[in-house]
Write a protein that binds this ligand. Sequence first.
Ligand code: FES
Length: 240
Amino acid sequence: MLRALRRQSNWLKTKVNPSALSSGGFILDKLEKDGFEHNLLFAKLTDGSISCLSSVCSHRPVVMEKAQRHEDELRCHCHGAIFDIESGAVRCAPALKPLQKYKIRMNNDSIEVDLDQLIPQYTEHSASSSENVVIIGGGAAGAAAAESLASSGVTVNVLSKEAAAGPYDRTLISKRFAEVPLTKELHKNISYLSSTEVLSIDPKAKTIRIKRILPDPNKVGCGRKAKEYDSYHKMNLCSS
Ligand code: FES
């Protein structure tokens, strides 16, 4: 009896009006429990049911208040990750983890959420820790893939054409934030090669040909020319 009462008290009432939910949009709300704020996203599905997901993008801790919904997909406004609006599963990088899904119930005309009843999410892990992979591109998607693989023990080589010393964030929010560094410290399993252009890929031989563009140390000032170095690297390929 006591246990039943305790379970009952876990349901928290939201401010979301179910009749305001349309099958083309979503509504955000916040709930507080045990001193923590939970950001939630409510969406009406095509079968009339309601889904409740975390509104914080799993790529970076950003509340997706400006996300766009297209049918059963939710697109984060920051770097364009796409999630399934019913299950929270990732449909398109740079996010690699699903959005947390919560259990809800209708109580008269209001929606209640149990923040303790988390619906388990499926995440695919296919890389093995003995692998050594190359990721071409040091933007948000490349950085997210590198972080995820490196934390599973995989050795990752990120090749970027940009001169920035680490993964950069060419965010879609504003040009003011163009190419700000994504992180100051890279995972120990990640090596990052900037100013590197991939010229060709031979998937059969698992070989890539790269060109490095480095400043000529003998010339300084605004007329300084970049020096190009051609070199061959043999690595396993992660993406092209
Ligand atoms: S913060 Fe959402 S895709 Fe990057």
